[in-house]
Ligand binder design. Structure first.
Ligand SMILES: Nc1ncnc2c1ncn2[C@@H]1O[C@H](COP(=O)(O)OP(=O)(O)OP(=O)(O)O)[C@@H](O)[C@H]1O
Ligand SMILES: [Mg+2]
Length: 327
């Protein structure tokens, strides 16, 4: 069995709001093995980005807190790591591609300065070395004429090129883990495919692990080894990719899978969608969170009591609500 690089256990992340302290992530557990890709999928607002920001210790302060659990990365618990340790971990050992490339790049600084800074912060390089390394990394992520791009500002680049710069910055120090939060959502389909291929090629070359966050189950199917399905701050199902697509056990996962278009089905019928919305954090049921939208009506006990998380088959975990998972 491959070694585990990251182990997230019972992670609870909450925000202080006008309605009190609300849990955006409520007891999330998963692992990432060395060299493997873990996909995290789920509708908007399910806590995917908050999970990623918790791992990086980049929650917005002072509202965001980790209220429980552990994040073991190379035998250290990042939840209790000092600011100095986290400074070394970020960028050097864990790289992150943020969901909003325009907000992550500084609009008033030239590309070259922003990329060089990663090397200056984490590697013992002088400015000339950092500049040369930046050109190398931009070349590696497929940016034509990198020397010229270095002196341009982010707005002078296309969306796909900006995303490549972000990937270059995340990979500059050859991290052991790359967290890619919706790395292709803002891009058109051909650029999307190029960027995903680029990440996969660099992963193979560098042997790193990847956490890929996406809404897109097609992307998951093509790129991931294992999948975590999140719903309303919790993991409802987790399995190796083929197992998840071949044998989905939770009603929410089934709903997500039914809503992907398939070429082998007749087009006359509309695609089924999951009715309703994710409940807001203030009105979240403590029991099965999918109870408000599930096809089967839930009884009081199922709405009130948190279902156990069970291993239904080797490596295939499911939140065992009596109504959403018949077992
Ligand atoms: N700074 C904050 N203050 C209060 N609540 C927040 C804050 N940031 C996120 N949340 C809440 O945490 C929950 C999870 O948000 P998160 O951004 O992780 O969702 P997501 O799964 O990444 O969604 P998307 O697919 O839209 O990116 C949401 O209910 C969101 O409103
Ligand atoms: Mg997000």
């Amino acid at each position: 069995m491959a070694e585990k690089l990251l182990e997230v256990r019972d992670l609870v992340t909450a925000f202080d709001t006008e309605q009190g302290r609300l849990r955006a992530v409520d007891g999330v557990t998963f692992e990432v093995e060395e060299g493997k890709t873990l996909g995290i999928v789920g509708e908007s607002g399910c806590g995917k980005s908050v999970t990623a920001l918790s791992i990086m210790q980049l929650l917005p302060r002072p509202m965001g807190h980790i209220d429980g659990g552990s994040i073991l990365f190379k035998a250290r618990d990042l939840v209790v790591a000092s600011a100095d340790v986290m400074h070394d971990v970020r960028g050097d050992e864990i790289g992150m591609i943020f969901q909003e490339p325009m907000t992550a790049l500084n609009p008033v600084q030239r590309i070259g300065r922003q990329v060089s800074e990663v090397f200056l912060l984490h590697k013992e390089m002088d400015k000339t070395e950092a500049w040369a390394s930046s050109i190398d990394v931009l070349e590696k992520v497929g940016i034509p004429s990198p020397e010229i791009r270095m002196s341009e500002y982010p707005h002078q680049l296309s969306g796909g090129m900006r995303q490549r710069v972000m990937i270059g910055m995340a990979l500059a120090c050859k991290p052991d883990l790359l967290i890619a939060d919706e790395p292709t959502t803002a891009l058109d389909v051909t650029v999307q495919a190029q960027i995903l291929k680029l990440i996969a090629d660099l992963q193979k070359e560098m042997g790193m692990s990847v956490i890929l966050i996406t809404h897109d189950l097609g992307v998951i199917a093509e790129t991931c080894d294992e999948v975590v399905v999140m719903y309303a701050g919790r993991v409802v199902e987790r399995a190796p990719v083929l197992e998840l697509f071949g044998n989905p056990l939770h009603a929410y996962t089934r709903g997500l899978l039914q809503s992907i278009p398939r070429l082998d089905r007749e087009r006359k019928t509309r695609l089924p969608t999951i009715e309703g919305n994710v409940p807001s954090l203030e009105e979240m049921p403590e029991g099965c969170r999918f109870s408000t939208r599930a096809p089967e009506a839930h009884d009081e006990a199922a709405i009130r009591e948190r279902p156990p998380f069970e291993e239904a088959a080797p490596g295939h975990w499911v939140e065992a609500c009596r109504f959403c998972y018949a077992g």
